[in-house]
Design a protein around this ligand. Structure first.
Ligand code: SAM
Length: 221
């Protein structure tokens, strides 16, 4: 209980320092409520449950991680979710970010490239009573064209360049939040779609995410 309270205070403090740094207003209370409402210990392997409320990433198997709670709160806030939104998440991982989003929006579509993680996350979300999500296995670089356009897209693995299909699948005025760059040199970006597929980009801070993998790499230069 104490660890959880401490984690929540840390998130609030760290996100607000970052927001001040980038000139954004206070952390959206709805985002903080969603973070409070999602039991993070349910999303980590049994042996790591004692650390579930540390404000850090944790291993979830297959060389992947559940992101640091502060980063989840920050990315969710930067996305600016509203209750009627349809959101796409790339990188389901444990399902934690999808659970947080599902508290805030109408529907979450989430894609995971590692089949076992995708299946485990979908089963976990169902068991915990989340109903407004759809999960599938695949390379999220290509988005989910059948369900586009989206009111927002969040990518939780680092892409070396902005995936064009994700820009195409955003509504005009909507945001893509993603870590951009290569290992040890990534920036968290907020990209807003303008008319004619044009974009506005803003760098928020340096981050460290696992890389975006998948079949799209075979077609990249
Ligand atoms: N959002 C996750 C959570 O809440 O637990 C954390 C995700 S972890 C930092 C990044 C995830 O992205 C990993 O599970 C990884 O397998 C997945 N991933 C990497 N490349 C991907 C791709 N091309 N498409 C979909 N998922 C991908």
């Amino acid at each position: 209980m104490r660890a959880r309270r401490q984690m929540l205070q840390e998130i609030q403090r760290e996100v607000e320092i970052t927001q001040r740094w980038i000139g954004k207003g206070a952390l959206d209370e709805r985002v903080m409520e969603a973070i409070k409402a999602v039991p993070r210990y349910e999303f980590v392997p049994d042996e790591l449950r004692p650390y579930a409320y540390d404000n850090g990433p944790l291993a979830i198997g297959h060389g992947q991680t559940i992101s640091q709670p502060y980063i989840v709160a920050l990315m969710t806030d930067l996305l600016g979710p509203t209750p009627n939104d349809i959101i796409l998440e790339v990188g389901t991982g444990s399902g934690y970010q999808a659970a947080v989003l599902s508290k805030l929006v109408k529907k979450v579509y989430t894609i995971e490239v590692v089949e076992e993680l995708a299946q485990q996350a979908a089963a976990r979300l169902q068991r915990l009573g989340y109903t407004n999500f759809e999960a599938r296995v695949g390379d999220g670089y290509f988005g989910w064209p059948e369900q586009a356009p989206f009111d927002g897209i969040i990518v939780t693995a680092a892409a070396p360049s902005i995936p064009a299909p994700l820009i195409e699948q955003l509504k005009v005025g909507a945001r893509l939040v993603l870590p951009l760059g290569v290992v040890f040199n990534q920036e968290l970006m907020v990209i807003e779609k303008k008319e004619n597929n044009e974009i506005d980009t803003r760098s928020v801070l340096r981050v460290s995410f696992v890389p975006l993998t998948g079949e799209h790499q075979e077609h990249s230069p």
